[in-house]
Design a protein around this ligand. Structure first.
Ligand code: FPP
Length: 277
């Protein structure tokens, strides 16, 4: 199932290695998406300003990405800035988040290269400040040839607006190619999403305990397993990503059918055959 990069398990911390050792290699998720929540509360609990929570949150982004790259996770998609954040947060906070993103890209590019991480973005990127877009393009181009984890940042992103954008571009295609509405398939809609190039998430993690989807990847999470932790995003580390994956592996994914196995039974049967022969 895994195709991204080489495993660098020796670079995990001892605690991470202990959790990783409990995972079933044939059942690792291909795509993990995360709603990073709780930066403000993390700061508030320490009588700090909200922006310090975001700054610590950016640190978590890097640490979690590096663990993901060490275990060869092909796709990691982080909800960094929603359309609603852009419209409803005070301008000063939005401006701070934009500056933080720019600084984050500048100061972490080398670490992305060292970890073989490729950077991509989804969302209405063209509405972000031009200097931020420029820095984003710079980081995307610099990491384009990396073959490990693809880190996708959802920026100025909303699930409903993604669907609106997809339907608009599908409508244009239909008109150009004279396609009738009855011929539209799920695959056609998928092709017009921002995420057309990636598989749907297997696992969605939300930090800070809220039981909401918050307009994230609405189409893509139809069969995604959801893991909610009380931990605030600035306290979330690679170890917690691995614990979420361990929890994911205890679920039975059925996709409306009768469930799937991930090679375990087959492996066990072959061991029985070997033992019996
Ligand atoms: C939610 O915390 C988080 C955000 C609004 C943005 C996420 C941003 C980061 C993790 C930092 C920047 C990221 C990068 C890639 C540089 P909240 O403010 O809603 O927390 P609260 O619900 O406790 O108030």
């Amino acid at each position: 199932m895994y195709s991204a990069g080489t495993l660098r398990i020796d670079e995990l911390t001892a605690e991470e290695r202990a959790v990783y050792a409990t995972l079933k290699p044939g059942c690792l998720p291909e795509h993990v998406a995360i709603i990073m929540d709780g930066n403000g509360r993390w700061a508030g609990n320490r009588s700090l300003k909200r922006f310090l929570g975001h700054q610590q949150g950016a640190n978590s982004v890097q640490l979690v990405t590096e663990t993901a790259s060490r275990i060869g996770l092909p796709w990691l998609t982080l909800y960094a800035f929603s359309l609603e954040n852009n419209l409803r947060r005070p301008r000063a906070e939005v401006n701070f988040l934009m500056r933080l993103l720019k600084t984050y890209l500048e100061s972490n590019l080398q670490r992305m290269m060292d970890n073989n991480v490729r950077m991509r973005y989804i969302g209405r990127i063209h509405e972000l400040p031009p200097e931020v877009q420029e820095k984003m393009r710079w980081a995307e181009q610099a990491t384009a040839r990396n073959t490990g984890t693809t880190l996708t940042l959802a920026l100025n992103y909303g699930g409903r607006s993604e669907l609106v954008d997809a339907f608009r571009s599908l409508a244009v295609e239909m008109k150009q190619k004279h396609i009738s509405p009855e011929r539209i398939s799920e695959e056609d809609i998928h092709r017009h999403l921002y995420t057309a190039h990636m598989p749907d998430p297997d696992l969605l993690i939300r930090t800070s305990g809220e039981m909401r989807i918050s307009n994230y990847l609405l189409w893509q999470i139809a069969y995604t397993e959801i893991f909610v932790t009380e931990r605030y995003w600035p306290d979330f580390r690679g170890l917690h990503l691995l614990e979420a994956i361990a929890d994911f592996q205890r679920r039975e994914r059925r996709y409306g059918g009768l469930g799937e196995d991930c090679g375990e039974v087959e492996e066990d049967e072959s061991r029985i055959k070997i033992a019996a022969s």
